[in-house]
Unconditional design. Structure first.
Length: 272
């Protein structure tokens, strides 16, 4: 989770447009993933599912990066983790998996937290466009939830789905390329230094190392340990943002952070 928690921070260091970062995160990660997955044998249907999930993940990254530009890496990452809401509702609507009662208990708390995070009525709210950043963050969390639902079906019971991660990363790059050409005026295929050094590090640390480590660790952990581990990402990004970029959310926004994180804990933590 340390590597994944640094993703938003490395994007800020790279100082490139949202779609540019998402595209090169995929491009720089793909050669290593192809090498690691050279012996992977995946059914064609599952490969297409993984690719489709990657398209959704690419849209999520572009929206999340745009939210970071407006509201900071820490708050944008907390908003991204509200995907728990949409995953629960989506799995219920599409797959008949009714969420547990604690999900419905936590839902109003998380929604209230999102409202506080957006900075509505808060003159001290952090960010150049807190409301716009919150809306982009919610849009990204919707795309992320759709990706998780699709990717879960693509991975099925595999404990180290390296082939599916390779295919999803390819789809991610394609989506970022389309988003860049269609609606990102800052999108550029011209490498520059040191921005692309940070993007290469982002690809290795988050897309390859972070996701592979997470895919390997979660099946081997108990419910409490695994859920707690997932909560470390938004908390870690908040800390990194404060230390490295002096991101200073207002008291109202911090209250929103607390509400979202408590809601996430209620949903995710189970008795061992």
């Amino acid at each position: 989770m340390l590597g994944i928690s640094l993703a938003g921070i490395l994007f800020r260091f790279a100082a490139v447009s949202p779609a540019t970062a998402a595209f090169y995160r995929a491009l720089y990660a793909l050669p290593l993933l192809i090498l690691l997955a050279r012996r992977s044998r995946v059914e064609p249907r599952l490969r297409w599912l993984a690719l489709g999930g990657g398209l959704l993940f690419g849209v999520d990254l572009v929206l999340w990066h745009a939210a970071i530009d407006r509201i900071g890496a820490g708050l944008a990452t907390v908003l991204a983790n509200t995907q728990v809401i949409w995953v629960g509702l989506g799995a219920w609507a599409l797959q008949g998996e009714r969420p547990p009662s604690r999900f419905f208990a936590a839902l109003p708390l998380m929604m209230a937290g999102v409202g506080l995070l957006s900075g509505v009525g808060d003159a001290a709210a952090y960010g150049v466009d807190p409301v716009g950043g919150a809306l982009l963050g919610i849009g990204g969390s919707l795309a992320y939830a759709a990706y998780l639902l699709v990717h879960r079906r693509a991975c099925r019971d595999e404990r180290l789905p390296i082939g599916q991660l390779r295919d999803a990363t390819a789809g991610m790059g394609l989506a970022a390329l389309i988003c860049g050409w269609a609606g990102d005026p800052g999108f550029s295929l011209q490498p520059s230094w040191p921005g692309h050094g940070w993007l290469a590090l982002l690809a290795l640390v988050a897309q390859v190392g972070g996701w592979l480590a997470l895919s390997t660790a979660l099946p081997r952990l108990g419910a409490v340990q695994g859920s707690t581990l997932l909560l470390l990402q938004p908390v870690g990004t908040l800390v990194w943002g404060a230390l490295l970029f002096a991101e200073a959310p207002s008291l109202q926004q911090l209250a929103g952070v607390a509400a979202v994180l408590v809601g996430l804990a209620i949903v995710q933590l189970r008795r061992a």
